[in-house]
Design a protein around this ligand. Structure first.
Ligand SMILES: Cc1cc2nc3c(=O)[nH]c(=O)nc-3n(C[C@H](O)[C@H](O)[C@H](O)COP(=O)(O)O)c2cc1C
Length: 241
C-alpha cells in the first residue's frame, strides 16, 4: 500500500503498550452503565485510574443480535483502543450492524446541526473489488464485506465549508461504534483527492451537488494491531502558546 495521505506505517512516536498496559486496558468490557467517579453503580473490572470510569457506548435499541457484553464498551476505552483494520474475515456483518453504524454516524455533531451527509452502503462484492482495483489506498476493500461512503450534500449545508468537518465527525463515530461492537473499521481517504472524488462519483452515480468524503470499510477483524498511546504532553499549551 502506498504511503500517501494520512495513511501509512505506524507512527514511530507511538508507544506500543507492553503487557502491563494491555492488562490495564482490556479490549472487551462488560460495562453497561454510565459511570462517573463517586457514583456507586455497578461497573466493569477496568477503570481509568481512580477517576472517571467513563461513559458507556452501549445498546442503541433493545432488539439487536449482539449479546450485551459483545455490544458494550466504555467510550474512553473504545477511543483509546481503536485501530485501523485492514484485514477482514470473510464472514459478513451481523444483520443490523450497518443500521447501528449509520445511527452512530447520524448522531454526530454538525455545524448548526445541518447534518449535511448522505451515506452509500456498498455490499456488492463486484463494486468493492472495483474500488480496490481503482484506488490503491483503498486496497482493503478487496476483503471488507461492507463499505460505507460518507458524502457531503452542498444543498444541506448551513455554514459554508463545514460539511468536511461534519462528515469527518460522522465517520469517526462509525469507526468507534464498530470497534465497540467488536468489528473492525478502516477510514480510507477520498476528499479532497480529485481523482478519488470523481472516480467514485462516476462509479456510484453520485450527483454533482454531493461530494464523496471518505470511504469506511467494515468487517470482522482478521488482525489485531497493538494498542498504542499517543498522548504527547509537548502538544498541550495552557492558556497561551
Ligand atoms: C482522513 C484519513 C484518511 C485516511 N486514509 C487512509 C487510506 O486511504 N488508506 C488507509 O489504509 N488508511 C487510511 N487512513 C487511516 C490512517 O492511516 C490511520 O488512521 C493512522 O495510520 C493511524 O492508525 P490507527 O487508525 O490504527 O490508529 C486514513 C485516516 C484518516 C483520518
Amino acid at each position: 500500500m502506498k504511503n500517501s495521505d494520512p495513511s501509512g506505517p505506524p507512527d514511530r512516536r507511538e508507544n506500543h503498550l507492553g503487557e502491563a498496559g494491555r492488562g490495564f486496558w482490556s479490549r472487551r468490557s462488560t460495562a453497561t452503565l454510565y459511570l462517573i467517579d463517586g457514583y456507586t453503580l455497578p461497573y466493569s473490572t477496568y477503570g481509568i485510574g481512580q477517576g472517571i470510569r467513563g461513559i458507556a457506548i452501549h445498546g442503541i435499541a433493545d432488539s439487536h443480535p449482539f449479546r450485551e457484553q459483545d455490544f458494550t464498551m466504555d467510550a474512553i476505552q473504545a477511543i483509546l483502543t481503536r485501530r485501523s483494520i485492514r484485514r477482514f474475515e470473510e464472514r459478513g456483518l451481523p444483520p443490523d450492524a450497518i443500521d447501528r453504524l449509520l445511527e452512530a454516524a447520524m448522531a454526530a455533531p454538525s455545524a448548526r446541526n445541518a447534518q449535511p451527509w448522505h451515506f452509500i452502503v456498498i455490499d456488492e462484492r463486484s463494486i468493492l473489488l472495483e474500488i480496490a482495483g481503482r484506488f490503491p489506498n483503498a486496497e482493503p476493500a478487496r476483503y471488507a464485506p461492507v463499505g460505507i461512503l460518507v458524502c457531503g450534500d452542498s444543498t444541506l449545508e448551513l455554514s459554508k465549508g463545514y460539511w468536511i468537518i461534519d462528515c469527518a465527525a460522522a465517520a469517526q463515530n462509525m469507526l468507534l461504534a464498530a470497534h465497540a461492537m467488536g468489528l473492525g473499521g478502516l477510514w480510507t481517504g477520498v476528499y479532497p483527492r480529485e481523482q478519488r472524488v470523481e472516480g467514485l462519483r462516476e462509479l456510484l452515480g453520485i450527483p454533482e451537488h454531493v461530494m464523496p468524503h471518505s470511504l469506511l470499510l467494515f468487517g470482522y477483524p482478521a488482525e489485531t494491531p497493538p494498542e498504542v498511546r499517543r498522548y504527547h504532553p509537548d502538544r498541550i499549551h495552557r492558556n497561551r502558546w
